[in-house]
Design a protein around this ligand. Structure first.
Ligand code: SF4
Length: 427
């Protein structure tokens, strides 16, 4: 490849005036190591394909050469016969002769090169350099991973490519890289992993894009710059790639000057509310006051009302418990309007665990014989909780899970039976 890049030629290991046998040129241009009618011995083939050690191509070549003859040269003959506009066939002295192709036939290297450039433009090797950021060229032959270009012999036809002779080598295309890193059998990790655990690794290449976005956000680069760097239309698209933790995002936010009188313990709450990561009756009220009477009034309201901010195992709760603790604490999932889901994956685990348990409970209750009020109550309760849990699991981060639910912190205000699912399904 290096020689190809510097000389501009396709088979630079030969002089342009050299005459080279048809079989050798077949392997150089088509890639296949099989030149005779005899199939490659399965033993030789298997041992080579195990790790593609190019040393193991030697016995295959020797076996093929031993069987290559005027009557045993079908692959070579068929290949050259099928090439439209192919180069003239010559004898050992360079005189043009007519076919059929057999071991007496030769090609002039310069004529083969012209033919390939003219008739096989998509098969040409990758020789053009990139220009690196320092302005210097960076050639494909300097890359760590290369592969035979469009070598269908191995992938499609079950043959073997002679990688030491095939003229066309190129960079890996994006699809090849994705496939190799995807963790498939005989992919990069499987082949080169040092330990068994290493071999099981995989990498979703698109996640690198997410990682880089997140790091840029983390370093304080503006979303406008990040959006421009990735060629996106709007900053909202970049937001989808921001995976900083909620804490990191909150630390970066600044409250407006009107919030200066807000007690410090409420700063995070205010930031969550202003960025719509928290919902609930107090938030709605705050936003309405902010809309109608401005920031100063809204923050005054917040200082008076939102004295509570709690992280529950299922999301945030903004209810105040300065007088009494929540009587339904740890039952937020059962229709409480104060519950807001966050991006914390543990919440979903907790909710899923509860769902499994509750479904098991319902199953057991339904299996019990009889139809007593106790069993009916158990079934009804479990069914309601299951429906509510499903709603909580499906709720998006930052959303109020049960906007029409009850305030479970104030049990007196609500009816005895919680059927939030009925309310939700009517919406
Ligand atoms: S049940 Fe409602 S009020 Fe009680 S802690 Fe959970 S979300 Fe808050």
């Amino acid at each position: 490849m290096k020689l190809q890049s510097t000389s501009g030629r396709l088979i630079p290991e030969y002089l342009p005036t050299a005459l080279v046998g048809a079989a050798e040129m077949y392997t150089r241009i088509a890639g296949s190591v099989q030149i005779s009618n005899r199939a490659i011995s399965p033993d030789l083939k298997d041992s080579y394909l195990q790790d593609h050690n190019s040393e193991l191509l030697n016995p295959i070549r020797a076996e093929q050469a031993a069987h290559y003859s005027t009557t045993s040269c079908k692959p070579v003959r068929q290949y050259w016969k099928s090439q439209k506009g192919g180069p003239p066939i010559r004898d050992q002295k360079g005189k043009i002769i007519s076919g059929p192709i057999d071991r007496r036939c030769y090609f002039l290297v310069s004529e083969i090169e012209e033919f390939v450039k003219r008739e096989m433009p998509t098969k040409l090797p990758d020789t053009s350099p990139f220009i690196a950021t320092d302005g210097n060229p960076f050639y494909p032959h300097q890359l760590l991973f290369l592969q035979p270009s469009r070598a269908l012999i191995e992938d499609r036809n079950g043959g073997i490519v002679d990688v030491t002779k095939y003229f066309s080598v190129g960079r890996l295309a994006a699809d090849d890289i994705i496939l190799q890193l995807s963790g498939k059998k005989s992919g990069l990790f499987d082949r080169y992993g040092e330990t068994e655990d290493d071999k099981k690794l995989s990498l979703n290449t698109h996640s690198l894009r997410h990682l880089q976005n997140t790091e840029l956000f983390r370093l304080g680069i503006t979303d406008a710059m990040i959006t421009k760097r990735y060629g996106r239309q709007s900053t909202a698209q970049s937001g989808a790639y921001d995976h900083r933790s909620l804490r990191e995002q909150i630390l970066e936010l600044e409250l407006p000057p009107e919030a200066s009188g807000l007690p410090e313990r409420l700063h995070d709450t205010a930031k969550l509310m202003l960025t719509r990561r928290m919902r609930g009756p107090i938030v709605e009220e705050f936003l309405e006051i902010q809309r109608e009477s401005g920031d100063a009034q809204a923050f005054r309201y917040l200082a008076a009302e939102a004295d509570g901010f709690h992280a529950t195992p299922y999301g945030f709760c903004l209810s105040s418990f300065t007088v009494d603790p929540c009587p339904k604490h740890l039952e937020c999932f059962n229709g409480c309007r104060n519950l807001t889901r966050t991006e914390n994956p543990v919440e979903e685990q907790n909710l899923n665990q509860l769902l499994d348990r509750m479904e098991q409970h319902l199953f057991e209750a339904q299996r019990r014989p009889g139809d007593s009020p106790g069993i009916r109550n158990q079934i009804s309760h479990a069914s309601t909780v299951i429906e509510n849990l499903k709603l909580a699991i499906a709720a998006k981060p930052g959303s109020q899970v049960f906007p029409n639910g009850h305030d479970l912190a104030r049990p007196i205000d609500r009816p005895a039976t919680v059927i939030d699912t009925a309310i939700r399904s009517q919406q």
